[in-house]
Design a protein around this ligand. Structure first.
Ligand code: H2B
Length: 101
């Protein structure tokens, strides 16, 4: 059985701004990290989502996202902390890596 980790600390506005410098293509939208990924085709987009899903499950941190044809729109925040935490920054960075960006 999985043990419940404590909610990570919510980052300050300055910390989020600093993290965004390192996160190519990500921006702050409605208090969430947001990015739209565009792939060559639908299968590439779904493949990306599958690779992210495996990583997100291992991290126990999950994206809010939607897929339309070859695009994936992502919003990251930590529900448990009601804001952006280091886990969101970590997942955003991993998503860039998995998308080859
Ligand atoms: N994902 C996100 N994005 N935010 C959370 O607060 C969160 C999560 N909480 N994945 C996790 C699961 C929590 O429910 C478990 C119990 O750790």
């Amino acid at each position: 059985m999985r043990t419940m980790a404590p909610a990570p600390r919510r980052l300050s506005d300055d910390e989020v701004a600093e993290a965004l410098i390192t996160l190519d293509g990500w921006r702050l939208h409605d208090g969430k990290l947001s990015k739209g990924f565009v792939f060559a085709n639908f299968v590439e987009a779904i493949g990306f989502m599958m690779r992210v899903a495996i990583h997100a499950e291992a991290l126990d941190h999950h994206p809010n996202w939607s897929n339309v044809y070859r695009t994936v729109q992502v919003e990251l925040w930590t529900h448990d902390a009601d804001g952006i935490t280091a886990l969101d920054v970590q997942l955003a960075s991993k998503m860039n890596e998995l998308a080859g960006q």
